[in-house]
Design a protein around this ligand. Structure first.
Ligand SMILES: C[S@@+](CC[C@H](N)C(=O)[O-])C[C@H]1O[C@@H](n2cnc3c(N)ncnc32)[C@H](O)[C@@H]1O
Ligand SMILES: [Zn+2]
Length: 1012
């Protein structure tokens, strides 16, 4: 047994870079890890969980309290590993050596390739045995989601208790943590034949609704567009809402759609044709962009509210409206059919025919009949098509993920075409009727895979020529055109492809140890006995980033139809609830209310976290340890979590940022997603913890932060990831104490401390990039660059990204399970309400993050608004240098300034006079037309002012941009004579601007022109 005072490895060191590398590889690869079984937003990579868990469980051999018996047995376990390097036997002769080897092994454990090998897993198990004896330690995750943490605990031979509030999560957990370990052989043996019989029954029932082409080609996908009517007088044409007319956009094969407008007296209409474009220009522009529709017949533009209201009248417009004879009259329009010739794989495209519509009409008739029978039989059981309400969405919290109600998709069934509903209802019934109990949940989970691609919000991925996952951004936004795959085919989106993936996972599934407990539970409720848990390891909800419960309803409504009597799918807290549990969910979404009617604001989230952590603290053994994962880039999210941890009675004893590439996963306000997730290590704070002295805490803080930033930068952690990774060590200092008091006896609240933390981190960053004067500077301090330079440097520093060279704007290209069906999210469909149209250029940060850094460093964001930054909707944008031309040179522009520079004497004063010319007339604000480089109209800045060093650097960059070499040389000569600041700043910025950015290019070219 490890004495309580002995530190665990996770409290002293961790192989950050190695584990990060494996974690990323795991997300990118086709490893058969749990998320492949069912989509669960932001599932952890298993490798990182395994490594952290082992580091939590093992004592540090260098700790004086580390038992000798552990060291001996651990050495033995490592030596027994056949694949170990030779040097190990020598290296383990010292405590430091053994620690190094254990860390090396922990790193290696993150590699799926290795962890998949029985000897490696056995070695990990033996190490745990060496530390904890024969009784396996109990690992608990109260926010277990898709169950990755408990699964890895079981793999390492621990006991596991897994809880979540959400029924879909519970069904996944029960499948992965209990049914699969117990019945995997039965599943592997029977699942293919069960799925085959479901498929052939489905084929008999549904086959007529997906007819083959007369030439024998088999349809693989139908490509649809929602339609509205042009409202221009004398037009009235149908406008198919299409984002892009490309069908196949591969290097070797390109196909697209084009149309001809037919004016035959009455209302104009379109005639379609599939063609092979020679150039991108050959492909017609989409008809809809940011919710504005353009009529292809007359060019009239319909405003977003008209588009929305016309679609709302059609409940979203996913269905065709037929007249009584089965003739299409309005509604969704079939643009093209992708079909596949016998014995081939390549998609071939054709336009829609009457036969295609006839099949849709028949499917509609059949569905009507089913619904009619259900009505006639007194509505027994659930309505075959989900009639449960969709989330209202909206607001500034997690509800931002949903806008479908604005388009009239009020019930979950509205997210499916009639033919899709018919197919899903049929599959659900067949599953319910055919699969034996132990296997039924995994068959039902196949349905989730199928509906993820079979819904009317799935778009066509024209590069991959396949449907893209609907839930690629953990949101359900409107999509104008969509694809309908064929669930009974063998192509993407079918039951067959879902089965193939699941079988791959089952065959590789090696865990045979079932969890001790799987339960639907609110984490703020105590389930386990006091002092029973060895490791409390959890990944709590991400504040406002992911509305878990609402998203999961998309799957839940169908799962419930496949498993109508399954107790796991009931809401234990409200048996009348027809959807997943919401009231107790820990999420920041002010549109929602808690049980006592309180809006789910920051205070609510904090309270939920505090309660959950307090429960964990009670359940934890005295010598137990905790770990909390968090991956969010807003300071509010972090503050809410940290106050929960500290007020819940924990102290933070370690913190490891791991690059798990969450950036593509988290849907969030611009850059609110981290590339890394921070794993905090914590221990129960002793009831008699001392009172801390504020002065001493403040003295220790910068030392810790600096040392930590150095270490992390060496491991490749950068920017905002680095900022948030510093929270751990900072909190280690603060959370040791029962409270921290000032000399006057005033208790210092956590928020006040966090303000200090942001300040110290910002200051340390500035020190590193600009030098000590700036780090210390308040305004006007001697020798320091001005505020705007410090703001720009800090901004760019924060934007640096851990996983890529250029800064991430948080809108990566992730797909729901990171596999080959990733969505291309470049065409965001909806309008950005209130924005000026196109996405603006420039780097952006969340306002709150920028503010918290800037303020304590004496930088007044408001003073630089419209000069170097622009704030809109909580996001601050650094105005690109090219957009500052007018500000810096005035209306007369760079050319005449350059002329004068070339003519005049090259002195600093003269150069200074060239900038910020007094505007002859009050500044005009020009329209926001399409901006061309170097010619930017935005003269909202106020009056003439002294140009700062940053202004002068920017001016030089603009002269570089406009090719005025002589003028640039004159300016540079003057600057070099003036003093060192100009070059100091230019060099610092050159190191901060991302590779490949306009600024970096201009700056580097400009620096080459500096006289030596
Ligand atoms: C970040 S996720 C966990 C993901 C998990 N680690 C995985 O790998 O799949 C957070 C989970 O907390 C759950 N949750 C939210 N509020 C809860 C509550 N009050 N009690 C228990 N679970 C809750 C959500 O359903 C979600 O599954
Ligand atoms: Zn028109």
């Amino acid at each position: 047994m490890i004495p309580k005072e002995c530190k665990r490895l996770a409290e002293v060191d961790f192989p950050i870079a190695v584990v990060s590398r494996y974690a990323r590889a795991e997300k990118d690869s086709r490893v058969a890890h749990v998320p492949r079984l069912h989509v669960w937003p932001a599932a952890r990579p298993g490798g990182a969980c395994r490594s952290i868990l082992l580091a939590l469980l093992l004592p540090d051999p260098c700790d004086p309290a580390c038992p000798k018996q552990f060291k001996d047995s651990a050495a033995e376990a490592l030596l027994a590993l056949r694949s170990r390097p030779e040097r190990w036997s020598k290296q383990m002769s010292t405590d430091e050596g053994l620690r190094g080897l254990l860390l090396e092994f922990i790193g290696r454990l993150a590699d799926w390739g290795d962890a998949h090998q029985a000897p490696v897993v056995r070695c990990a198990q033996a190490l745990i045995g060496a530390a904890h004896g024969d009784e396996p330690p109990l690992v608990v995750d109260p926010f277990a989601g898709g169950g990755v943490i408990p699964l890895e605990a079981l793999r390492l031979g621990c006991d596991a208790a897994s809880m979540d509030l959400n029924s879909v999560a519970l069904l996944i957990q029960s499948t992965v943590l209990e049914l699969m370990p117990r019945h995997i052989d039965e599943m592997i043996e029977t699942l293919p034949s069960i799925a085959a019989s479901i498929r052939s029954a489905a084929e008999r029932e549904l086959g007529p609704f997906y007819p083959k082409d007369p030439n024998g080609f088999e349809p693989a996908a139908y490509l649809w567009a929602r339609c509205i009517r042009c409202e221009a007088p004398n037009c009235g044409a149908e406008i198919p809402l299409v984002r892009s007319f490309w069908l196949a956009k591969r290097a070797h094969r390109q196909r697209a759609l084009r149309y001809e407008v037919i004016h035959s007296g009455g209302v104009p209409s379109l005639r379609w044709e599939v063609f092979e474009p020679r150039r991108a220009d050959d492909v017609p522009h989409g008809t809809v962009s940011r919710a504005k529709a353009t009529c292809p017949c007359c060019g009239a533009v319909l405003a977003p509210d008209r588009v929305r209201s016309q679609l709302a009248e059609q409940n979203g417009g996913s269905n065709v409206a037929f007249n009584t004879n089965g003739q299409r009259r309005a509604g969704a329009m079939l643009l093209a059919v992708a079909s596949v010739p016998p014995g081939d794989d390549a998609r071939s495209y054709r336009v829609a025919t009457d036969a295609d519509y006839e099949a849709v009409w028949k499917a509609q008739q059949r569905l009507k009949q089913i619904l009619h029978e259900w009505e006639k039989n007194g509505r027994q059981g659930l309505c075959p098509v989900p009639d449960e309400p969709t989330p209202a969405g909206g607001g500034s919290g997690a509800g931002r993920a949903f806008s479908i109600q604005k388009y009239g998709m009020l019930r979950w069934g509205d997210l499916f075409t009639a033919r899709q509903s018919l197919a899903m209802a049929t599959l659900c019934r067949l599953i319910h009727d055919s699969a034996p109990a132990n296997v039924r949940p995994i068959v039902a989970l196949l349905i989730s895979k199928v509906i993820d691609l079979n819904n009317a919000l799935t778009v066509w991925h024209n590069v991959g020529e396949r449907p893209a996952h609907m839930l690629s951004r953990w949101a359900i936004p409107m999509k104008w055109d969509f694809v309908e795959p064929i669930p009974i085919s063998q192509f993407s989106g079918s039951l067959d492809t879902a089965l193939a993936r699941t079988m791959h996972l089952l065959r590789e599934f090696a865990v045979r140890r079932p969890a001790q407990l799987i339960q639907q539970a609110d984490a703020s409720e105590q389930i386990l006995p006091d002092a029973s848990v060895a490791v409390w390891f959890t990944d709590p909800p991400y504040y406002d980033a992911i509305p878990y419960a609402d998203l999961s309803d998309f799957f839940f409504v169908w799962l419930r139809r496949a498993l109508p009597d399954d107790a796991r799918l009931k809401d234990r807290y409200d048996p009348t609830n027809a959807l997943t549990a919401k009231v107790r969910e820990a999420v920041q979404d002010e549109q929602r209310r808690s049980a006592c009617g309180q809006p789910k604001d920051k205070a609510y989230f904090e309270k939920k976290m505090r309660e959950a952590f307090a429960v964990g603290r009670r359940e934890l053994r005295d010598d137990g340890i905790g770990s909390v994962v968090f991956a969010h880039k807003t300071t509010e999210g972090w503050e809410a979590l940290l106050s929960g941890i500290i007020n819940g009675g924990w102290t933070i004893t370690g913190s490891w940022p791991l690059a798990t590439e969450m950036s593509s996963r988290l849907r969030a306000r611009d850059s609110a997603a981290l590339d890394t997730s921070v794993h905090l290590v914590c221990r129960p704070r002793p009831d008699d913890a001392p009172v801390g002295d504020w002065g001493e805490v403040l003295r220790e803080l910068p030392r810790r932060v600096e040392a930590w930033m150095d270490r992390l930068q060496d491991e490749g952690v950068r920017g905002a990831d680095l900022v948030f990774a510093c929270i751990g060590p900072a909190l280690e200092i603060f959370s040791r104490y029962s409270k921290v008091e000032t000399a006057e006896g005033r208790e210092v609240p956590l928020d006040e401390y966090l303000l200090k933390v942001w300040e110290v981190v910002g200051r340390t960053a500035l020190n590193q990039v600009l030098g000590t004067a700036e780090g210390r500077a308040r305004n006007g301090a001697a020798g320091a660059l001005e505020e705007d330079a410090r703001l720009t440097a800090l901004f760019l520093w924060t934007l640096q990204s851990t996983t890529e060279e250029s800064p991430s704007n948080g809108n990566g290209n992730g797909g729901a399970d990171g596999d080959d069906e990733d969505a291309d999210e470049s065409d965001e469909d909806e309008e950005e309400a209130g924005s000026s149209g196109r996405k603006k250029k420039g780097f952006s940060l969340i306002f709150d993050v920028a503010r918290r850094f800037a303020q304590p460093l004496g930088i007044h964001l408001e003073a630089w608004e419209k000069r170097i930054i622009e704030t809109e909707k909580g996001v601050v944008r650094l105005i690109p240098v090219l957009e500052r031309a007018n500000q810096l040179f005035g209306e007369e522009g760079a050319a005449s300034v350059a002329d004068r520079l070339e003519r005049g004497p090259a002195t600093a004063a003269a150069a200074q006079m060239m900038l910020f010319p007094e505007p002859a007339a009050p500044p005009k604000v020009r329209g926001r037309g399409r901006r061309t480089k170097g010619n930017v109209a935005d003269s909202e800045f106020e009056t003439r002012r002294e140009a700062t060093t940053l202004d002068r650097v920017h001016a030089a960059m603009l002269l570089q941009a406009s090719g005025r070499a002589n003028a640039l040389r004159a300016l540079l000569k003057a600057e070099v004579e003036r003093g060192p600041d100009f070059l100091r700043l230019a060099n610092a910025l050159s190191a901060l601007y991302p590779q490949g950015s306009d600024e970096k290019r201009l700056l580097d070219a400009m620096l080459l022109a500096v006289p030596r």
